[in-house]
Ligand binder design. Structure first.
Ligand code: ASP
Length: 585
């Protein structure tokens, strides 16, 4: 037997027991005749003590042990003379009688500590070492616990976990496909699923009325800290349900997870906001409702007073920042520069200080008098001491710029506590999105989403205004899930493809199987998918999903440890009958 206990296990009650432990050398200290070693595994740290007066040879050997060597030790549990109550095993140590080096280690390229000195790229290259660090071990333990509780919830609620294939045909979720060449079917390719969407719908047609899967999805798109080319969804579908029932069921899942994992209760139903209201109030379809600072519209008050910028703008949008009237000129200039960065794209920032003594100071004093500014302050719900920040321009641009500024101000004022969770359902999304350049329509969610029955009549005449039975769940400004009630009628599905610009033949070639299934007794159905990596990061109080994925990819979609993607052998290419052009440049 290698070990009788792990390194987080022994307590004062175990004193005088003979034990065997295994682990990695975290660090060692020589104090005259005593050598102390911290032995680490994923359960904790146990102090090993080597006393020169008891066994000189052993102490000499122990002094040779280096960081990250793997050892097996045997000894007696002793009460420590100087206790460390910060760790669970801090009242005891092991008086070592013998030990064996199971494996030596080179000096690691960065410190295996909670706060490491290794940069991201280096840590990714040696991910197997990075994963030894406590924060990552805690994150992966959280992830594991979450997936177990998710399965418990679904099992208790009569859902079946059913796997769907990875080698498939394009499922349109709005990204590019990753493709895989087929050796047996020359010059043909599989697409990796962007989601199991069509399969879960087919399972409904087959009568598996409650399905879920914790499943990998693959999307070839530009990466950010909260996006990976392969990521995990909690994918769900139900038959014979309306939107309300779907929302209630999956609100149940999220509440169950909060209760089990974070011991947090949400006694009330999650608030629900229509997409159009979310955009109007927050400038975002995933609003962070931990704080107010809602958008106010000043067009009616601010136009026609000679200030050209406002007069020419489609929209003039303000937020009121509590306590902001005391901001210095420097701070306001810095905010102006911030909104003008290309990522935000505003043309400028107008401010109005509503001072404590009820006077006003603004960057547009030339055009507006006190009574004007008072009206603005009233419209924005501002009190003396507050600051109005105002952007103008094309409405949809200004709304999204103001969303960013609102979030920034929320963070700066400490209103976005990661330990406070505010979920909100966003419903009634538009069915379609117009591409201004090509003048064509895209499905805002995906092409299988059903239009609202009340809006069906405008599908031909006014497609832009048709709303969908589609919903998202946002928590703290993060979209954690989204889904819809689906089309289950062949004719409506055909119409949808037609609006999206598919010819009859294209629709048949790509999705004939689904439309055919709709002709064999397809029940009404709907579902949702949650981003599991994001949900883990949210529960773990972090922004970066990579910290919750054992082996993530970097921003170029590379795994720098295994060096993927990589070239493949000529023989493999020959078998696939693929010939590659010479690389340019
Ligand atoms: N397949 C959708 C997605 O990946 C989710 C759904 O509609 O259930 O976003």
């Amino acid at each position: 037997m290698y070990r009788t206990h792990n390194n987080g296990q022994l307590r004062i009650d175990d004193v005088n027991q003979k034990v065997k432990l295994c682990g990695w050398v975290q660090k060692s200290r020589d104090l005259g005749g005593m050598t102390f070693i911290d032995l680490r595994d994923r359960y904790g740290i146990t102090q090993l003590a080597f006393n020169e007066t008891l066994d000189k040879n052993l102490s000499v050997k122990a002094r040779k042990l280096n960081r990250e060597w793997v050892i097996e030790v045997e000894g007696i549990v002793k009460e420590r003379s100087s206790k460390n109550l910060k760790i669970d095993t801090g009242e005891i140590e092991i008086e070592v009688e013998k030990f064996t080096v199971l494996n030596e280690s080179k000096t690691p390229p960065f410190t295996i500590e909670d706060e490491t000195d290794g940069g991201e790229e280096l840590r990714m290259k040696y991910r197997f070492l990075d994963l030894r660090r406590n924060p990552l071990q805690e994150n992966l333990a959280l992830r594991s616990e979450m997936s177990i509780e998710i399965r418990n919830f679904f099992h208790q609620n009569n859902f079946l976990e059913i796997e769907t294939p990875y080698l498939i045909k394009s499922t349109p979720e709005g990204a590019r496909d990753f493709v895989v060449p087929s050796r047996m079917n020359k010059q043909q390719f599989y697409a990796l699923p962007q989601s199991p969407q069509t399969f879960k719908q087919l399972l409904m047609v087959s009568g598996y009325d409650r399905y879920f899967q914790i499943v990998k999805c693959f999307r070839d798109e530009d990466l950010r800290s909260d996006r990976q080319p392969e990521f995990t969804q909690i994918d769900c579908e139900m038959a014979f349900v309306n939107q309300q029932e779907v929302l209630e069921t999956f609100e149940g899942l999220i509440k169950f997870l909060f209760k089990k994992i974070l011991k947090t209760d949400f006694p009330k139903p999650f608030p629900v906001i229509a997409y159009s209201d979310a955009i109007e109030k927050y400038g975002s379809d995933k609003p962070d409702i931990r704080f107010e600072m809602e958008l106010s519209y000043l067009e009616n008050l601010a136009k026609g007073k000679g200030f050209k910028v406002f007069d020419e703008a489609e929209s003039i949008v303000a937020i009121s920042v509590p306590g902001g009237a005391e901001y210095s000129r420097k701070k306001l200039d810095e905010l102006t520069d911030w909104v003008k960065r290309p990522q935000i794209g505003a043309r400028g920032l107008v401010y109005v200080k509503y001072n404590e003594d009820q006077t006003f100071k603004s960057s547009i004093d030339k055009f507006y008098d006190v009574s004007n500014l008072k009206e603005w302050a009233k419209k924005c719900g501002a009190s003396p001491g507050d600051l109005l920040l105002i952007l103008s321009g094309k409405k949809s641009d200004v709304q999204s710029q103001m969303n960013e500024l609102r979030l920034l101000m929320g963070s700066r004022l400490g209103l976005r506590d990661p330990k406070v969770f505010k979920p909100v359902w966003v419903v009634d999304f538009p069915l379609l999105e117009k591409d201004e350049i090509s003048n064509s329509f895209h499905a805002m969610h995906h092409p299988f989403t059903s239009p609202k029955t009340s809006d069906l009549a405008f599908l031909e005449t006014n497609p832009e205004n048709v709303r969908a039975n589609a919903y998202d769940l946002a928590i703290n400004g993060v979209e954690v899930g989204g889904g819809s009630i689906r089309i289950h009628d062949r004719k409506i599905q055909e119409k949808m493809f037609e609006i999206l610009g598919f010819s009859k033949e294209e629709a048949e070639a790509q999705f004939g199987f689904l439309m055919s299934a709709f002709e064999y007794g397809a029940p009404p159905h709907g579902g949702i998918a949650f981003g599991f990596d994001r949900l883990c990061a949210l529960f773990g109080g972090k922004d970066n999903i990579r910290e919750f994925i054992a082996f993530p990819k970097n921003n170029q979609g590379r795994d720098v440890m295994i060096e993927a993607p990589s070239e493949i052998d000529q023989t493999q290419l020959d078998e696939l009958e693929i010939s590659l052009p010479k690389l340019k440049g």
